[in-house]
Design a protein around this ligand. Structure first.
Ligand code: PMV
Length: 338
């Protein structure tokens, strides 16, 4: 039995940073699901034992331990997997050398395949809704992957302003959203395409004893509440202010961890400054966010796409490694490849 899914990456607007067992978030988060950055994964399930993985057609044993760990974590919900051998073929739309993490798209694609296989084999899912089950499994693979199983704006975590929000799975954002946020653009400017100096796993762990942790978690709840009006009213500039504050807070937390570390590179800062200066001088609604790395996600509404893209190629690309950037936008979520 062979099952395939294409699943996207996502970019958090309010960041998940800090967690407790089993992979539950210390604070709520919300993201845009992306479109161009995705993984396509086929899994062949055969009775037997073992896992093999081909990345872009090349046998890649170095990825197998991550998949084994994922299978071990989801085994209590899917004990049938213990009797199956998995042959995984996966391909990422974004280059491996882009510094873009493939964990959200890769883990969610894999989780969606497992859920479909369980259904095809006649097993009853622990969650009646297959997509919710896939979000739970994705979360166990990589926290942020829980949000990749839906399109558009997706919320994860319990917080008073998001009814139905849950720490165990993500949900489509339940409030009204102004149309301009359905087509928002995200251009990822690739600053440093190498391996991150400190992994997200290590970064989350440093929040356990972080001196500012409690204030930070409170702030995330407040930002989730503030976003409600901003998103429904289409208030782009307050949106960009809030999202930039989240990005800088994330990196501020890294810089104030014990031990401290810095993932931004000098060119990351050049880009952030250029974006703010351009917004200030032109009045154009263009802003940024960052994930746990040095690349910059440049955010703007589709209405200003032409001039924003000109600014990206003329002013920002020279700060990027080999002038590289990936033009992406809000996407519709996973697609079955059957
Ligand atoms: O899903 P993880 O464990 O790789 O953590 C992701 C953390 C951030 O990307 C920095 C924030 C987020 O909410 O996606």
């Amino acid at each position: 039995m062979k099952i395939g899914w294409q699943s996207p990456s996502n970019i958090a607007l309010v960041k998940y940073w800090g967690k407790r067992d089993p992979q539950l978030p210390s604070n709520p988060s919300i993201s845009f699901t992306l479109e161009a950055c995705h993984s396509q994964t086929f899994v062949e399930f055969e009775v037997g034992q073992g896992i093999s993985l081909h990345l872009d057609g090349v046998d890649t044993p170095s990825f197998v331990p991550k998949i084994s760990q994922f299978i071990e974590r989801i085994l209590p919900r899917h004990p049938w997997l213990a009797d199956y051998r998995l042959t995984v073929e996966t391909h990422n739309s974004f280059p491996h050398s882009s510094g873009i993490a493939s964990s959200a798209s890769g883990m969610s694609a894999l989780a969606l395949c497992v859920v479909d296989a369980a259904i095809a084999l006649g097993h009853t899912l622990a969650e009646a809704d297959p997509r919710r089950e896939a979000s739970i499994l994705s979360r166990l693979g990589s926290g942020s992957a829980s949000r990749s199983v839906y399109g558009g704006l997706v919320a994860w975590g319990e917080t008073p302003s998001v009814p139905g929000g849950h720490d165990a799975y993500a949900i489509p954002y339940p409030h009204a959203v102004h149309p301009l946020f359905h087509t928002f653009c995200d251009v990822v400017v690739l600053v440093d395409v190498g391996q991150k100096a400190v992994s997200s796993t290590a970064g989350h762990a440093l929040m356990d004893k972080h001196p500012f942790a409690q204030q930070r978690f409170k702030q995330a709840h407040r930002h989730m509440a503030d976003l409600r009006g901003i998103l429904s009213q289409g208030e782009v500039l307050p949106f960009l202010d809030l999202v930039e504050s989240e990005a800088l807070t994330l990196h501020g937390l890294m810089m104030s961890s014990q031990p401290s570390y810095i993932l931004m590179r000098p060119n990351t800062l050049h880009i952030l400054e250029a974006i703010r200066q351009f917004r200030h001088e032109s009045g154009m609604p263009i802003g940024f966010t960052l994930d746990a790395g040095s690349n910059v996600h440049v955010l703007f509404p589709k209405e200003v796409e032409q001039s924003a893209m000109r600014f990206v190629s003329d002013v920002l690309a020279p700060y990027a490694k080999d002038h590289r950037f990936i033009a992406d936008r809000v996407g519709q979520g996973p697609v079955s490849l059957q």
